[in-house]
Design a protein around this ligand. Structure first.
Ligand code: GDP
Ligand code: ZN
Length: 458
C-alpha cells in the first residue's frame, strides 16, 4: 500500500509558458492546502474543479506565485490517488520556489516515472500501457506518436489478453486430461495442444512482423548518404533537412566527419548520415573520415548513393556499386540541370529503375521522387496501416520471441506424444511470458527498472 505523497514538475521547465507541478498521494490535498490561499479551502473543493489563488510562504506569509490549482480525488485520477496539479506561470525561479515549499511539507520529490509507476501499481494501467506513455514522451515522428498512443490505449494489451485466454483454456484442457488419463483422451489432448499453440504462434508472428516497423518508427531508419567528393551529398542532406527537419543533432566537425540529421519523410523517420567521400586516400584526416563513413555504410539500413550525372561514371563508383549490391539502396543521379554524361544503362545493371532517381539538388528537382522511393522501399507504398497493433518495444519483442519458442516446444512435444504434464510446463511458460509484457507476472525489480526510464514528472 502506497502511503507517501510525491511531487514533480510535469512540464518541461522553461519551454512552456505554463509549468504544471503535480502532487499525488493520500495527503496531496491537505498538504498543498498549507501553502495555498483561495476562496474555497482546497480540502473542501469538489473533485475535478479548478481554483484560482496564490502560493504563500507559510513562514513569512509572502505571496510566491499566482496559480490555478486542480483537484482530482481518488480514484478518478491518473495515479488513482488524490492528485493536485498546480499550474504556475513557469518562470524557472518561481516554479522552483513553489517546489521548495512543497518539499518542506510531508511531500517528497517523485522518482522518474513514479507517477506512471503508481498508475500501474494501483491497477489503473498495465505495463505495456505504461511503456507506451514512455514512448509517447520520446517519440520522434507523428507516426511513432500514434503507435505509442495505441499502446497506451491498450491495443496490444487486449490482443495479449486474448492470446493468454487461449492458453489458459489449453491449460484447463490439459488439467482435465491429467485427472482422467484414458488413452484416447490423451491423443485428443495432443491434437488440441497442437491446434491451440499453432494458433497462438501465428498471432505472435503477426505481432513480430510489425515489430521491425515499430523499431524503425522509434529509432529512425539509419540512412547513409554515400558517394565521391563533390557529387552533392551535403547539399542533399541540407535539402532534406530543410524540408523535413525534426530533431537536429549536429556532430561538430568538417565535411570529413559524419554529420547526422534526424528527418521525417512521409512520416518515416530517417537518421541521415552524410559521409566523407569513399575512396582510398593518404590524407590522415580524410582517412579517419573515410573509415567512419565505411562503418556508417555497414551499419546503415538504407544507402543513398549520390553520383554526379554530369560526369561519366568513375571507377570508384563502379566499385561502390559492387559493394552495395543487395543492400537496401537508392541511387541518385544528381546535377541533372547540367548536360548528363553518366551511363544510365550501366547503373540499371545494379539497381531497378524505380530506385534510380534523377535529381538536381540545386534546382530542387526530384526530391518528391526520392521521398516516394524511400517509402516504397520500406512499406510498399505509403504507410497507411495505422490501425495495426505495433509492437515496438525491445522488451516486448524479446518476450514474444520467448513465448513463441515455448509454444514451438509444446507443439513438438505434443507431436512426439510426450507425457501431457511435461507439455503443460511449456504452455504455462508461454502464458507467463506473454503476461510479463503486460506486467501480470512481472517481478518487482523489472518494474522498477522500467519506470526509472521515465522522465521526471511522468
Ligand atoms: P559533397 O562533397 O558530395 O558533399 O558535395 P556538396 O554538397 O558539397 O556539393 C559539391 C558542389 O556541387 C557544390 O558546389 C554544390 O553547390 C554543387 N551541387 C550540388 N548539387 C548540385 C546540382 O544539383 N546541380 C549543380 N549544378 N550543382 C550542384
Ligand atoms: Zn559534403
Amino acid at each position: 500500500m502506497i502511503s507517501d505523497t510525491i511531487t514533480a514538475i510535469s512540464t518541461a521547465v522553461g519551454e512552456a509558458g505554463i509549468a504544471v507541478i503535480r502532487v499525488s498521494g493520500p495527503d496531496a490535498v491537505s498538504e498543498t492546502e498549507k501553502i495555498f490561499r483561495s476562496k474555497t479551502p482546497l480540502t473542501q473543493a469538489a473533485s475535478h474543479t479548478v481554483h484560482y489563488g496564490h502560493i504563500i510562504d507559510p513562514g513569512t506569509g509572502e505571496k510566491i506565485e499566482e496559480v490555478l490549482v486542480t483537484v482530482m480525488r481518488a480514484p478518478r485520477s491518473f495515479t488513482t490517488e488524490d492528485v493536485v496539479e498546480i499550474s504556475a506561470h513557469g518562470g524557472v525561479v518561481s516554479v522552483k520556489r513553489v517546489m521548495d515549499l512543497l518539499l518542506q511539507l510531508d511531500i517528497r520529490l517523485a522518482e522518474p516515472g513514479e507517477f506512471t509507476k503508481r498508475a500501474f501499481l494501483n491497477g489503473r494501467i498495465d505495463l505495456s500501457q505504461a511503456e507506451g506513455v514512455m514512448d509517447l514522451i520520446r517519440s520522434k515522428s507523428d507516426r511513432a506518436f500514434s503507435v505509442a498512443l495505441k499502446q497506451v490505449e491498450g491495443k496490444l494489451s487486449s490482443k495479449l489478453r486474448e492470446l493468454r485466454y487461449t492458453l489458459v483454456e489449453t491449460l484447463a484442457h490439459i488439467e482435465v486430461n491429467i485427472d482422467y488419463p484414458e488413452h484416447d483422451v490423451e491423443s485428443l489432448t495432443s491434437e488440441f495442444i497442437k491446434e491451440k499453440s499453432s494458433q497462438v504462434m501465428t498471432e505472435i508472428d503477426k505481432l513480430l512482423v510489425t515489430a521491425e516497423q515499430g523499431k524503425i518508427l522509434r529509432e529512425g531508419i539509419t540512412t547513409a548518404i554515400v558517394g565521391r567528393p563533390n557529387v552533392g551529398k551535403s547539399s542533399l542532406l541540407n535539402t532534406l533537412a530543410q524540408d523535413n527537419r525534426a530533431i537536429v543533432t549536429d556532430i561538430p566537425g568538417t565535411t570529413r566527419d559524419v554529420i547526422e540529421e534526424f528527418v521525417t519523410i512521409n512520416n518515416i523517420p530517417l537518421k541521415l548520415l552524410d559521409t566523407a567521400g569513399i575512396r582510398e586516400t593518404m590524407d590522415v584526416v580524410e582517412r579517419i573520415g573515410v573509415e567512419r563513413s565505411r562503418s556508417a555504410v555497414n551499419e546503415a539500413d538504407l544507402l543513398l548513393m549520390v553520383i554526379n550525372a554530369a560526369e561519366p561514371l568513375h571507377q570508384d563508383e563502379i566499385e561502390l556499386l559492387e559493394q552495395i549490391r543487395g543492400r537496401q539502396s537508392i541511387i541518385i543521379m544528381n546535377k541533372m540541370d547540367l548536360a548528363p554524361q553518366a551511363d544510365r544503362e550501366v547503373l540499371l545493371r545494379y539497381i531497378p529503375e524505380e530506385r534510380l532517381v534523377p535529381m538536381s539538388v540545386k534546382d530542387d528537382f526530384g526530391v518528391d521522387r526520392l521521398e516516394d522511393a524511400i517509402s516504397t522501399l520500406f512499406f510498399s507504398g505509403k504507410l497507411e496501416s495505422a490501425d495495426l497493433t505495433y509492437v515496438s518495444n525491445v522488451r516486448h519483442i524479446a518476450l514474444l520471441k520467448k513465448a513463441k519458442q515455448s509454444l514451438i516446444d509444446a507443439y513438438e512435444a505434443a507431436e512426439q506424444l510426450i507425457p501431457i504434464d511435461m507439455i503443460q510446463i511449456d504452455v504455462r511458460l508461454a502464458w507467463e511470458q506473454l503476461g510479463e509484457i503486460v506486467g501480470d507476472t512481472a517481478h518487482d525489480a523489472l518494474i522498477d527498472q522500467i519506470f526509472s526510464q521515465f522522465c521526471l514528472g511522468k
